[in-house]
Design a protein around this ligand. Structure first.
Ligand SMILES: Nc1nc(=O)n([C@H]2C[C@H](O)[C@@H](COP(=O)(O)O)O2)cc1CO
Ligand SMILES: [Zn+2]
Length: 162
């Protein structure tokens, strides 16, 4: 009998790859974020990336970070990847699930993560770790018993053509 292949993706590699792949759908020119919510049986429940709400055109709304008029910046319009994944889920409860996300959640997404019952956050990057938003997220996660830890990069390169 032939033995099984050995270089298959681990669960962590698989889910973080799905998170990054989802982020590739983002139209944000500066930061593309993707995430993937997984249940305790390693089934994917939902995915998301940062984008505009339904009906708000990617071509008509602003994508800039700064401007004299805050109404002409992206910040007041974009839905973060984590909130999109939570809101997109139509299957019932997210209790006791985990979320793989390419960037550490902001405080608003942290609230949604906690309230939806997600219990673990695995993040790829934390480039805004000194921000008030991230510090607030950590404080809320700690208080609410939501575990968070960085993804353990394995160095594997994933390539394919489509
Ligand atoms: N965890 C996150 N999930 C997200 O979907 N985002 C989104 C909001 C913006 O569209 C973009 C951040 O833009 P910038 O400030 O790096 O140019 O990423 C941001 C964070 C960071 O907290
Ligand atoms: Zn957020």
């Amino acid at each position: 009998m032939t033995s099984k292949r050995k270089d298959y993706l681990s669960w962590d590699e698989y889910f973080m790859s799905v998170a990054f792949l989802s982020g590739m759908r983002s139209k944000d020119p500066n930061t593309q974020v993707g995430c993937c919510i997984v249940d305790q049986e390693n089934k994917i429940l939902s995915m998301g990336y940062n984008g505009l709400p339904k009906g708000c055109s990617d071509d008509e709304f602003p994508w800039v970070r700064e401007g004299e008029d805050p109404l002409e910046t992206k910040y007041v319009y974009t839905v973060h990847s984590e909130l999109n994944a939570i809101l997109n889920y139509k299957g019932g409860s997210l209790d006791d699930s985990k979320i793989y996300v390419s960037l550490f959640p902001c405080n608003e997404c942290a609230k949604a993560i906690i309230q939806s019952g997600i219990k673990e956050v695995i993040y790829g990057d934390n480039k805004y770790e000194d921000s008030t938003a991230v510090k607030a997220s950590m404080r809320m996660f700690d208080a609410a018993g939501v575990r968070y830890h960085p993804y353990h990069w394995t160095g594997r390169e994933i390539k394919f053509k489509i």
